[in-house]
Design a protein around this ligand. Structure first.
Ligand code: ADP
Ligand code: MG
Length: 253
């Protein structure tokens, strides 16, 4: 698990929806120990890019490799098995289950058929132990036995992170994990991301510039499905092209 090891490489991935080109020739490299932020106005193609990396959406063109293997043809479930995990822009938890149960189910989902993980007999100790560790890592240790549905919005996003961790994700694809959070919740999530970063590769879609510049090692700016510029935060901050693209946009910085 060497830092810097390249885990995921997307080469010139393109996705069309009818006549619309939602991603064109997008290249992304995700090394372990780094956070790569995708930035861009609404409709730029950020979620489409994540969907192609996660296997939720097949690319129209281009290839995706994970640890040297071509995974372009693998489904989302298969990619989860090999170590690519994602969160969704909408929360994706069982609100009537406890935090621990939600994360246990996520831990077991990687190894077992979905219908089996709900059986009480399948409550395995390894999965409970792993769930507790992931909940701790996601900063939710104090709420392990809470019913998920009563957690605050921010805590539910932390729960989602714990669920991704429970699948042993080496690559974490996080689509707007700070969306709808207050500043305290955002700050807590940024701390969680910093803590997770050394041992994993993280791709993050985020609008909050304070958070972006607090965690990003590389930033790729997308506009109209294309990469406008990609590089270290200082380069992006100084880029005239990026500043012009953001002029008049709601997420200007
Ligand atoms: P972002 O996440 O940056 O806001 P998206 O990737 O969601 O952008 O969308 C990029 C473009 O692709 C938008 O014009 C959007 O309407 C379009 N799009 C996204 N998903 C679909 C889909 N499943 N079918 C048709 N068009 C889509
Ligand atoms: Mg999106």
């Amino acid at each position: 698990a060497a830092a810097g090891e390249i885990l995921l490489v997307a080469e010139r991935i393109t996705r069309r929806f009818g006549g619309l080109v939602a991603n064109q020739d997008v290249c992304v490299t995700l090394p372990r120990g780094k956070v790569h932020v995708l930035l861009g106005p609404n409709g730029a193609g950020k979620s489409t890019c994540i969907n192609m990396l996660s296997g939720d959406l097949p690319p129209s063109e281009g290839t995706i490799h994970f640890m040297g293997k071509d995974i372009t043809g693998l489904s989302a479930a298969q990619r989860s098995q090999v170590g690519i995990g994602r969160s969704y822009q909408r929360t994706n938890i069982f609100p009537k289950f406890t935090v621990l149960e939600n994360v246990r189910l996520a831990a077991q989902s990687r190894r077992q058929q979905p219908w089996r993980i709900f059986s009480r007999a399948m409550k395995q100790q390894w999965a409970l132990d792993k769930a507790r560790a992931c909940i701790e890592e996601a900063g939710l240790g104090a709420k392990v036995d809470w019913i998920a549905g009563v957690l605050s919005h921010g805590e539910q996003r932390q729960l989602e992170i714990a669920m991704v961790l429970a699948t042993d994700a080496q690559v974490m694809l996080l689509d707007e994990p700070l969306a709808g959070m207050g500043s305290d919740e955002s700050a807590r999530m940024v701390e969680v991301l910093k803590r997770l970063k050394p041992s994993r590769a993280i791709l993050l879609v985020e609008h909050d510039m304070d958070a972006v510049f607090a965690v990003a090692d590389t930033i790729t700016v997308m506009v109209n499905g294309q990469v406008l510029e990609s590089g270290p935060p200082a380069q992006i901050k100084a880029s005239v092209a990026v500043q012009q693209a953001y002029l008049g946009q709601e997420d200007s910085f």
